[in-house]
Design a protein around this ligand. Structure first.
Ligand SMILES: Nc1nc2c(ncn2[C@@H]2O[C@H](COP(=O)(O)OP(=O)(O)O)[C@@H](O)[C@H]2O)c(=O)[nH]1
Ligand SMILES: [Mg+2]
Length: 321
């Protein structure tokens, strides 16, 4: 980031809403900044972008590492573009603190998509210092929408709490799974299946096609035991191959069907309302975290909390009142 005086929220917002990629990237960097003075400019830009009144379909995608998420998103993203959409891909990766960002490796799997003029790919690097995952991701989604991206894909590695975080920002949640990994649900927690709107078995190509079909049938069975979906939607289990570009258009159609059903049943709006409340909860938590981070987290009192000498509520009373 250059000197703070070079950032004019009005001019950045205006260019962003015209689809200017430089302005969009700049706005994202500002809103993800850990420096309050920069983040404030980012927030001012976001507020100005409300007039764009654009909304995307937000597609959350999860699955264990190696299931083929990045390769799938390359193929799926190009499919969406072929249907006339503009696609933004955001990646939430709690491990990127250690690995230095696996999205860099992922970008090589998204060759055609990453250079396509109708696509925008961005890892989420924010929030790591606060120990949170994707602290500014919702804000980034809105910025992408204002810039004219009408399909926002939010990818998460299937690790830790990140899929819950992504589910809470998505209109539709897609779980990618492997075939032939036994009936232990591949370490995929039952809860993740429960919160998915669509399941897809990946790598259904070559020798794997039959296995993938069998796995799909098994998962369909397993889904019968899950609680009913909020939108009275029967969660479908599809198969696809990103290599052969097979089943990708079906997934796009199924997502569109789900969105129509979800809107018709009133779940789409209700879900967004619930998500906005969760957004406020997260924003309050982040706000308080930042206050703490700046002022007290290095204080001796923190050590005392860690040593069990001061209780958390005593710490708060001393530092946040
Ligand atoms: N046979 C086959 N392999 C695939 C397919 N998609 C991805 N792979 C391979 O699976 C591995 C993991 O893919 P990647 O997209 O990086 O998975 P991610 O970790 O979930 O993002 C890579 O070696 C890919 O080449 C597919 O459609 N068919
Ligand atoms: Mg990946």
């Amino acid at each position: 980031l250059s000197s703070i005086h070079t950032y004019q929220p009005e001019s950045i917002a205006e260019r962003l809403m015209q689809g200017d990629l430089v302005a969009l990237s700049k706005a994202i960097t500002l809103i993800e900044s850990t420096k309050p003075e920069y983040r404030k400019i980012g927030e001012a830009i976001l507020a100005l972008c409300k007039v764009a009144k654009k909304q995307a379909v937000r597609v959350g995608i999860t699955g264990v590492p190696g299931v083929g998420k990045s390769t799938f998103i390359e193929s799926f993203g190009l499919q969406l573009i072929a249907s006339g959409h503009k696609v933004a891909v955001l990646a939430i990766d709690p491990s990127s603190k250690k690995s230095g960002g696996s999205i860099l490796g992922d970008k090589t799997r998204m060759n055609a998509l990453s250079i396509h003029p109708h696509a925008f790919i961005r890892p989420s690097s924010s929030g790591l210092t606060l120990g949170g995952v994707g602290v500014s991701t919702r804000e980034v989604i809105l910025l992408c929408e204002a810039a004219g991206y009408d399909r926002v894909i939010i990818e998460t590695v299937g690790v830790g709490q990140s899929e819950t975080t992504v589910k809470e920002m998505s209109d539709v949640f897609l779980l990618l799974m492997l075939s032939g990994a036994g009936d232990d649900l591949q370490g995929i927690k039952r809860g993740i299946m429960e919160m998915s709107d669509i399941l897809a078995i990946t790598k259904a190509d070559g020798d794997n096609v039959t296995k993938a079909k069998m796995a799909a049938a098994q998962y369909k069975q397993a889904l019968h035991l899950m609680p009913a979906h909020e939108a009275d939607w029967l969660v479908p289990v599809l198969t696809c191959s990103a290599y052969e570009n097979a089943g990708i258009a079906e997934i796009e159609n199924t997502i569109n069907d789900f969105i129509s059903t979800s809107k018709y049943k009133g779940w789409f709006e209700e879900n967004r309302r619930i998500q906005n409340k969760l957004w406020l909860d997260a924003a309050i938590l982040n706000f308080l975290n930042r206050q703490m981070n700046q002022k007290q987290l290095k204080s001796e009192d923190l050590q005392k909390v860690m040593n069990g000498e001061i209780l958390p509520h005593e710490f708060i009373a001393q530092h946040l009142s």
